[in-house]
Design a protein around this ligand. Structure first.
Ligand code: ATP
Ligand code: MG
Length: 378
């Protein structure tokens, strides 16, 4: 197969079919309906792990609303991964609404006052998609709080937010007033099943070249390597086609970067990496209790100068890590000591170390992880 028409593998390509997300798309579309009547829809939250189709769904929604939105309405999209601070986010919203804010920004009070005026003058609803809101600066909810407060001060609500994040606990991490303004329509996407990934790959392959052939089982192999992450699966397939080696198991194997565990660890949110690191340091190849892990985690947060999550949130992160297979954490009875979890790390040390190294906030821990690893080996 010739390496032509690789554009269909581009991250921003809108595929002909949305595999396995019909229900989620229906929920988003019906939540967006008020916009077509000229009213601001309620805020929406779209959550899911990497490569689960969040950006695609948000873009399909914007696309379909764009075609029918009444005059005066506006549809805006911002990629939060590139914004890095609440002030920058507000500046970008202001730019989108046509305000002449300098690169150095404006004081909060001025930007809010001007945004309020711009929204009032808009004459119709504004749907703002905030994609990729998983970084530390979003937690606590300062930028979202500012935007929702702004809206509530208008005579008629104009601004609706569609908040998109990999952080499944985003709402819990926000200020309660912001979280309650975002409650309502929440769509949570699970990772794709192997069958769904195979269908996504098949569809994309057909779009790229209707005559394309492939070795039996090759796409299933890619799906198994991708851990339900469609971006990862598509990147592999694209790599094999670009090399001109055809869609064969051996060509795909050559394109396979690093180990999938390492990749998913690198992309994991910082608090979860910290929890894994605490488990590594305290358990040292054995098991540890939730209490010991939390103490270690608190110490790491203080050392690094990052905010410490409550023990309840850490316990939630631990449950997520368990469901993803990174730890085992069965509840065991400790006699008079009551019941607590016995935590065993299931992540290969080298891969955890690599993930820590690649996270600027956590790289100082990587060396120590190596020390803990040597202790495990002894
Ligand atoms: N249901 C689907 N059908 C067809 N293609 C899909 C589907 N879901 C995702 N894709 C494709 O997979 C890739 C990743 O999807 P997308 O960028 O939407 O994931 P994401 O959840 O936003 O990931 P991230 O958390 O990394 O931002 C894109 O190329 C997209 O077109
Ligand atoms: Mg995305």
């Amino acid at each position: 197969m010739s390496p032509e028409n690789l554009e269909v593998f581009h991250r921003l390509h809108l595929p002909r079919r949305l595999v396995g997300r019909e229900e989620a798309m229906r929920s988003l579309a019906s939540a967006g309906l008020p916009l077509l009547r000229g009213e601001a829809p309620s805020n929406l939250v779209l959550l899911g792990p990497p490569g689960s189709g969040k950006t695609l769904l948000a873009r399909v929604l914007l696309h379909s609303l764009e075609a029918q939105a009444p005059p005066g309405s506006r549809l805006l999209y911002l990629d939060g991964a590139r914004l890095r601070s609440p002030a920058l986010l507000l500046t970008h919203v202001a730019w989108e609404l046509g305000l002449q804010v300098p690169f150095t920004g404006w004081p909060l009070a001025k930007i809010c006052a001007d945004l309020r005026r711009a929204l009032e003058a808009q004459g119709g609803p504004v749907l703002l998609v905030l994609d990729g809101l998983e970084a530390g600066w979003v937690r606590g909810g300062e930028p979202l709080h500012t935007l929702s407060r702004l809206n509530s001060e208008l005579p008629v609500p104009r601004l609706s937010l569609l908040v998109v994040s990999r952080d499944l606990r985003l709402l819990q991490s926000l200020d309660s007033r912001v979280a309650s303004s975002l409650e309502g329509e929440e769509v949570v996407l699970p990772p794709y099943t192997e069958e769904e990934v195979v269908s996504i790959l098949e569809e994309r392959l057909r779009e790229s070249d209707p005559e394309a052939t492939r070795e039996e089982g090759a796409l299933r192999q890619v799906a198994a390597w991708s851990f339900g992450d469609a971006s990862r699966a598509l990147a592999l397939l694209r790599g094999a086609i670009a090399r001109g080696g055809g869609v064969t198991a051996s060509a795909l194997r050559e394109c396979r970067p690093g180990s999938p565990v390492e990749e998913s660890l690198v992309r994991m949110a910082t608090p979860s990496k910290l929890v894994l690191c605490a488990a590594l340091r305290v358990a040292r190849g054995g098991t540890c209790t939730t209490g010991a892990l939390y103490r270690e985690y608190g110490g790491l947060c203080r050392t690094l100068g990052v905010p410490t999550l409550t023990s309840r949130r850490v316990s939630g992160l631990l449950s997520d890590l368990e469901s993803q297979g990174y730890v085992e954490a069965p509840v065991v009875s400790r006699g008079r000591g009551g019941r607590s979890r016995s935590i065993l790390l299931r992540v290969p040390l080298e891969e955890l170390q690599e993930a820590l190294l690649q996270d600027p906030a956590l790289s100082p821990l990587a060396r120590e992880a190596a020390g803990a690893g040597q202790a495990m080996a002894r």
